[in-house]
Design a protein around this ligand. Structure first.
Ligand code: SF4
Length: 395
């Protein structure tokens, strides 16, 4: 999909907004998913694109399903392992294509088993991905990045100190999940309810996914395809800091779970903590949550709320939060602030967090306090950052 094809009436975008987002996105486009020798990466292509590529080298349509299965169900990266395909065709495929993965430049495992990957892409840019195993069961979430850096500068977030370098392409987004599964040896894809180690995806890593919607949507469509990785939409959560016009579209087209980085219940404070609030203030954000199509009692919207000492953690804040989200099928994740080098905030006290959680819970909303994971390797929520920089255009 191309953002220029956005249906304005469906997305709720005005023409001016569409043009602005389009122009902004184009400046940060990922490089083509292609090697210097001209071979194209099959990972990240839609089924239709894959079919087109195979047709262009003279192959019949049924090959699409076969190749798709080998890439996304079996997880092979080498055409010679596609045993249902005859050797001459394997060789032909290898002449034209590759099955790519980002390079795991650094892999760190925390004392609590959280694992952080620094992935390096073909152009040398880097982003981080985190696997957070469930403490009780053999499953866990992969926290995926959608951009290198971020434009949004949320004050409590380490990524926000890194200027946006570029958007990640669909191949790079789905590639993070596939490379993490390589690392855990989790191929072929488990079927149905078979236990999976890497069982859910949370788009909560570096970047604002709704500012890179086309690539994120394409990657998630690949991940959800039943003949490949086959993750159900219920196992995918997209987190946004509140790009209101794109929330409707993501709900209608992807139907994945929604998480909203709320962090403050008054515009004045949210303007400071999440500067995007100046463009889409709380009333608009909450209205977009109320109409989010994939929300129900079984699939609640998650409000993420970082607990900052003396700033947003009072009982009044908790009561205002309850008032704001009344009637929305929702849960509130309370996140004790995870410090990073140079951060200006302090974590709320345990008492303040408990008091806050109780008010929210007594109002009928689940309000778990998220235990920090991977803090020792800077892998916890809000701590991701890489050294990638955007090169200045030549004068
Ligand atoms: S919280 Fe998300 S949107 Fe805000 S700066 Fe960090 S990565 Fe960007």
């Amino acid at each position: 999909m191309d953002i220029s094809q956005v249906d304005i009436s469906q997305s709720g975008l005005t023409e001016a907004e569409r043009v602005r987002i389009l122009a902004k996105t184009a400046r940060f486009n990922p490089p083509p998913a292609q090697l210097a020798d001209g071979r194209r990466d099959l990972v990240g292509m839609s089924r239709a694109e894959l079919a087109g590529e195979l047709a262009a080298i003279g192959e019949k349509p049924f090959r699409t399903k076969q190749v798709w299965h080998w890439i996304y169900h079996q997880g092979v990266t080498d055409f010679s392992r596609m045993s249902s395909i005859a050797r001459p065709l394997q060789e032909k495929l290898a002449e034209h294509f590759v099955i790519g993965r980002p390079e795991a430049a650094v892999v760190q495992t925390s004392s609590d088993e959280t694992r952080k990957f620094l992935f390096r892409f073909r152009d040398g840019q880097e982003a981080e991905t985190v696997y957070i195993p469930d403490a009780q069961e053999d499953r866990g979430a992969v926290c995926i990045s959608s951009q290198v850096g971020c434009t949004l500068s949320c004050r409590f977030c380490h990524t926000g100190t890194q200027a946006l370098v570029r958007n990640l392409g669909a191949a790079e987004i789905v590639g993070q999940f596939m490379a993490a599964r390589d690392n855990y040896g989790e191929w072929p894809s488990p079927r149905g309810e078979t236990p999976r180690l890497l069982s859910t995806i949370v788009l909560m890593g570096m970047g604002e996914p709704l500012y890179n919607y086309e690539n994120v949507a394409k990657a998630m469509t690949i991940v959800m395809d039943n003949e490949g990785i086959a993750l159900s939409r219920r196992r995918i959560t997209l987190s946004t800091s509140g790009v209101v016009p794109m929330m409707d579209r993501a709900g209608a087209e992807l139907g994945v779970n929604l998480a909203v980085s709320l962090h403050a219940v008054r515009d004045e404070l949210r303007d400071e903590l999440v500067p995007l609030n100046r463009k889409y203030p709380l009333a608009e954000l909450i209205a977009a949550c109320r109409r989010y199509p994939a929300a129900s009692n079984a699939r609640r919207i998650t409000f993420e709320y970082v607990m900052l000492k003396g700033l947003n953690d009072s009982p009044e804040d908790a009561r205002e939060l309850v008032r704001l989200i009344a009637g929305i099928p929702a849960k509130v994740n309370l996140i004790p602030f995870n410090p990073w080098p140079g951060s200006a905030y302090e974590t709320s006290s345990g008492n303040a967090i408990d008091r806050f959680a109780k008010i929210v819970m007594d109002a009928g909303f689940s309000s778990p306090v998220r235990s920090p994971r991977g803090r020792d390797i800077l892998a916890a929520c809000g701590q991701l950052r890489t050294d990638s920089r955007r090169e200045r255009p030549a004068a």
